[in-house]
Design a protein around this ligand. Sequence first.
Ligand SMILES: [Zn+2]
Length: 255
Amino acid sequence: MPELLEAELYAEALLPSIGERIERIVIADPRTVRGCRESLEAVAGSTVAGVGRIGKVVVLHAGDVEVALRFGMTGRLSVDGVSPIERLEYEAARGSPDWDRMTMLIGGQSVTLVDQRCLGSVEASPDLSGLGPNADWVGVDELRGRLERTRRAIKAALLDQSVVAGLGNLLVDEILFEAAISPTRQSIDVASHALGRLHEAIDAVITTQRRRGGSHAGPLFPHRTAGALCPQCGGPITKTRVAGRTTWYCTSHQR
Ligand SMILES: [Zn+2]
């Protein structure tokens, strides 16, 4: 679940690290390292020059090397044992110390990647050139150009990080709900006939849910359950699968 809103919170939690020295990197689970482990370990000793975010990826600038933190389905960042997010939607309720996959000691604080399913990663010098523009600032013309290239379902296109970066399963369902667009409608058709609505919904949903605290804070979310009725029009909320992901939508007002 960590989508751009959660990645944003993780990046904010790292801001106090700027100007501090990375004293040590402890890799508790080698599966969490993507790319070259030696390059990652060589980052120890350098100073954090900045923190950024591209889509769902948090980027730590360590000296002249970038370190990418990805959070998969259940990854959280905790600083001295405190996470900006208590619990993620797809994570089990009871935590475990075994979920601590990697820790960086930065300026006396421990920054840990906590990840139940271990689908997140840490990588030195990542190639992020394949990521599309951030979903929270993509322009309407650029969005059109990216969506009209494909006949895939609109939901599949929006989940594809090379099309736009930062959206995951929950935000895409909320955006399509808000825009009154069926998740299975062809991307190219949305680009021609419903683009303005979609672009506005991306902006509105991100802005509102940022204020409300995350990807799970949308109006559709409490109704992701069998037999639920649409909070907007009273129609049936239906479950389907799009792009391999569980998808909930209103068959009455989402066309
Ligand atoms: Zn509805």
